[in-house]
Design a protein around this ligand. Structure first.
Ligand SMILES: [Zn+2]
Length: 390
């Protein structure tokens, strides 16, 4: 199985210019290859519609055609980029079409702010005491703050506003699945971040609130700046940095909780909520992104997979409207305490939900093997916002 290790890298000023140029070249290639595929798809559609004889059967351009084409017609810019990096760009276009056929969004052209990474898919990179040596770029300072496990397969360079990162995708050994001795159900609420079925509650970080206030403040300042002015641009960068800070804080928090869950439980159960649908519902969107539970589930899933432990999902219907004994106990959001007229149970509403989630039969298991199938589903929401291939 694959595991990703990310590190910050510190390119010199000249290297940064080359890295940025590589990104631009890759983005142009991406958009051109995508345009070519889209055009062909449109032609095929017309052919199908009219079914006119001389046009013959629809033809498809595939990634191999495009790669051959690339080798034959490299521009001077493209010659400055490691050839496998360029080929990987074409593979990304191909993947975005495959994703589309699997029910994801139609492939989109990538703007400057969206296309922020490129990949060495096999070779062209090397780690050598404190340096990451990249073909066509040079030797870049890197701080390896943790040990890399397994065998490095791919190397992706990523830009985050003014910072650069590398992530290595490594092949590691499948863990031996554990025997399930401890389990918990997790209720993800809007008031408390999460409630475990033993009643333990974990609240969102206060630092996050502070950053969010700062974000609102900076956004207000932005609205006062003149359109297309230098200051407005500066303010935009400030805002993206606050966004990054919030993102990092959310990540840290989700990492802490998922680590705690996986360390303490062999089987962790969540509600299977259709994230995508909920995010589209405007009213709920903020609370959901606030709670950051999408990340939490995702992080818990892969940490469990690495540890040979299990994450399962249950049907969310009515988890807050019934009792553990099965008796219906309808209550709206304002009712915080659950009182069952049948069995007499009195308990916090979230804990009751968590307990029901724990005992309800699962509809989807993510153990050490099923993780990728499930991940496809989970990623649906975030996918359209990210450049493909990440
Ligand atoms: Zn009851």
């Amino acid at each position: 199985m694959r595991k990703t290790f990310q590190f910050r890298i510190y390119p010199g000023r000249k290297q940064e210019v080359v890295l940025t140029r590589t990104l631009i070249t890759c983005r142009h290639l991406y958009n051109n290859s995508l345009a070519e595929r889209k055009k062909q798809a449109e032609l095929n559609r017309l052919k199908k519609t009219f079914d006119v004889f001389p046009w013959g059967k629809p033809e498809w351009i595939n990634k191999y055609d495009q790669m051959l084409d690339l080798t034959a017609t490299k521009t001077s810019y493209q010659k400055e980029v490691f050839s496998q990096v360029l080929q990987d760009v074409i593979k990304r276009v191909d993947r975005s079409f495959k994703n589309f056929f699997n029910g994801f969004g139609y492939p989109r052209f990538q703007g400057r702010d969206r296309y922020n990474s490129f990949t060495y898919p096999q070779s062209g990179f090397e780690l050598e005491d404190g340096k990451l040596i990249l073909s066509k770029i040079g030797s870049v300072r890197i701080i390896l703050h943790r040990e890399i496990e397994g065998k490095i397969k791919t190397c992706t360079i990523k830009k985050d506003i003014d910072q650069w990162y590398v992530s290595f995708s490594c092949e590691i050994e499948e863990p031996v699945p554990v025997e399930v001795k401890t389990r918990t159900g997790i209720d993800v609420g809007l008031i408390d971040l999460i409630t475990l079925s033993n009643g333990e509650k974990i609240e969102p970080s206060k630092f996050l609130r502070v950053s969010e206030d700062k974000l609102r403040h900076e956004q207000k300042r932005l609205s006062r700046k003149k359109l297309r002015s230098k200051n407005r641009n500066k303010q935009r960068i400030i805002i993206s940095k606050v966004h990054r800070k919030i993102r990092n804080q959310r990540n840290d928090f989700a990492h802490q909780i998922s680590r705690m869950l996986v360390d303490n439980y062999d089987l962790i159960k969540f509600e299977d909520l259709q994230i995508q649908n909920m995010v589209r519902n405007h009213h709920l969107a903020k609370s959901i992104s606030d709670a950051g539970w999408y990340q939490l589930m995702n992080f818990t899933e892969y940490k469990a997979a690495y540890a040979g432990k299990f994450v399962e999902f249950v049907n969310p219907a009515g988890t807050s409207q019934t009792c553990i004994c099965g008796y219906p106990v309808p209550k709206d959001l304002s009712v915080r305490v659950h009182r069952c007229p049948s069995c007499g149970l009195v308990m916090g509403r979230d804990q009751v939900s968590a307990k029901i989630i724990e005992i309800r039969p699962s509809i989807c298991t993510v153990g050490t093997t099923g993780i990728n199938a499930r991940r496809g589903l989970l990623n649906r929401g975030s996918m359209q916002r990210k450049a493909p291939g990440l």
